[in-house]
Design a protein around this ligand. Sequence first.
Ligand code: PLP
Length: 381
Amino acid sequence: MTLKSKLPGVGTTIFSQMSQLATEQQAINLSQGFPDFAANPRLVSALAEYSAQGLNQYAPMPGIAALREQIAVLVQRCYGRAVCQAEEITVTSGATEALFVAISATVNPGDEVIIFDPAYDSYAPAIQLNGGSAVHIALNAPDYRVNWQQVAAAITPRTKLIVVNSPHNPTGMVFSQADWLALQQLVSAHNLYCISDEVYEHMVFDGAVQLSANNFAELAARSFIVSSFGKTFHVTGWKLGYCVAPAALTAEFRKIHQYVTFSSFTPAQYAIADMLKQHSEQVRSLAAFYQQKRDNFATLLANSRFKLLPCQGTYFQLADYSAISELDDVAFCRWLTIEHKVAAIPLSVFYQTPPQSRIIRFCFAKQHSTLQAAAEALCQL
Ligand SMILES: Cc1ncc(COP(=O)(O)O)c(C=O)c1O
């Protein structure tokens, strides 16, 4: 018997491949995007305490009310938008689940969805599984800005949805006010939906104002806005995220969420609700925390032959290695891991049609000692 694959073009993700190679080679892993430092001890003990108290059974399908209330407070504080915790917020098993559910709620067979390459790897397969087709628009080095005229030209009568991601993984590009307004204009004028993947929302650097689809009322009225506590609280393994969307969209979202997972990790919801309520300074200080890591990493690499690209947000740093090697980026990353014991991610894997560039992505969500050891190896090249 052979099962007809629904995703024939998909194999093991590059993130799993590079992390596995990094482990085999005992290399410093700057490939996959996760911190190598501990979460706030208060958060970790709150999880243990809630579990010890017996809060280990199914949470309510949309998430516990205490957490949804704190998400509403956060959205109000960061973006000045009032959202109803009962009808407009759903807690999910990571942003990954929220993205999958939002795409499933919107995309019907034959629909087109605009996504921007380099794109986070879960968007296109989710679109394909729902019978839609991804229309890829390439963003280019060095600043990876969106050309909104090109986006307007790509819209057809079959276009249903635009997926955006700001701050952007892997490039570190952050939408300006003008970008958000252009997106809002297109989405309204063409009667589209938007999924705004904002998992790095609290990591915007150099004093820039952190903007969100939540700031733009017409856009927010047509958007599923997705975020991740894994990124914000250094607990990617807890897989806890959420989706903010108007009541009518949330109703459809929840119909699917309840059959994908029903509800998410209960004690973690209580622990995160406490953190948001009692220690919201952790969210406020995140941008400065990661900006310092970005700057330290850049200083450590100042004498290397890597050319660092601009990084306005996220915890990723792109680097051009054309002064070091003529290998393509996949081969270069393998070579770097095996021969020099530092793992990174090739940029080409985020593109449908990769550009002819020699650029790789490093994750700087690492302890200073990790970044220092990696930089020592990288400066020898
Ligand atoms: C752009 C983007 N969206 C979504 C996710 C998934 O987030 P989560 O770990 O909460 O599922 C990631 C994780 O790397 C990401 O980089």
